[in-house]
Design a protein around this ligand. Structure first.
Ligand SMILES: C[S@@+](CC[C@H](N)C(=O)[O-])C[C@H]1O[C@@H](n2cnc3c(N)ncnc32)[C@H](O)[C@@H]1O
Length: 173
């Protein structure tokens, strides 16, 4: 049995986005964990790529959902195709990276979206980059559809029950 892994619940914002996406559109989930958001989207008819550097979660997705393109890769080594995706998700993953890599990844994400494609970013808040002011500035040449602070409850070892301040951004290319 797998030890604790992230990526189990379906994000309500992603559920709500389905109506705004083209039917059978292409979705990329960066740092998908067990891929619950990708699984939900593939069940809605989207073509989904889940990418995670954790081999175990990718093997599990591959076995149970062969229709998902599950890639065992580091985001930093992923060759982002240009103008391909209707939606790119980066949920609870980008705050792990150094700021220079965050900027590089987001630039690649934007290039990898089709025109009018959506980027959904949800990350732990911080003073360096992941806050309202800095993100509004960073995405100033795109259309920010939503930007909001939130608090989420989490429960995993070693901390047990705890909360995180998060910021969620939905951007249109
Ligand atoms: C906190 S979990 C979030 C999982 C899922 N996105 C969710 O929202 O539940 C972070 C995931 O990112 C993956 N990850 C961390 N660094 C990564 C990297 N450099 N490249 C690809 N995946 C990475 C981890 O293996 C883990 O599955």
């Amino acid at each position: 049995m797998l030890k604790f892994k992230f990526g189990k619940g379906v994000d309500k914002k992603i559920q709500a986005l389905v109506k705004d996406l083209p039917k059978n559109g292409n979705v990329l989930d960066l740092g998908s964990g067990l891929g619950s958001n990708g699984i939900f989207l593939v069940e809605q008819g989207f073509k989904v790529t889940c990418l995670d550097k954790d081999k175990e979660v990718i093997e599990k997705i591959k076995k149970e959902y062969p229709e998902i393109n599950a890639l065992n890769k580091d985001i930093l080594e992923f060759d982002f195709p240009e103008n391909k995706y209707d939606l790119i998700i980066a949920r609870a993953v980008l705050h792990i990276f150094e700021l220079k890599d965050v900027r590089m990844i987001i630039d690649k994400v934007i290039k990898s979206l089709k025109n009018n494609g959506l980027f959904y970013l949800s990350v732990f808040k911080n003073d360096h980059f992941f806050n309202k002011e800095k993100l509004e500035e960073y995405f100033s040449s795109n259309q920010i559809l939503e930007i909001e602070d939130d608090v989420i409850k989490d429960n995993h070892s070693p901390e047990g029950e705890h909360i995180h301040k998060v910021i969620k951004v939905l951007v249109r290319k």
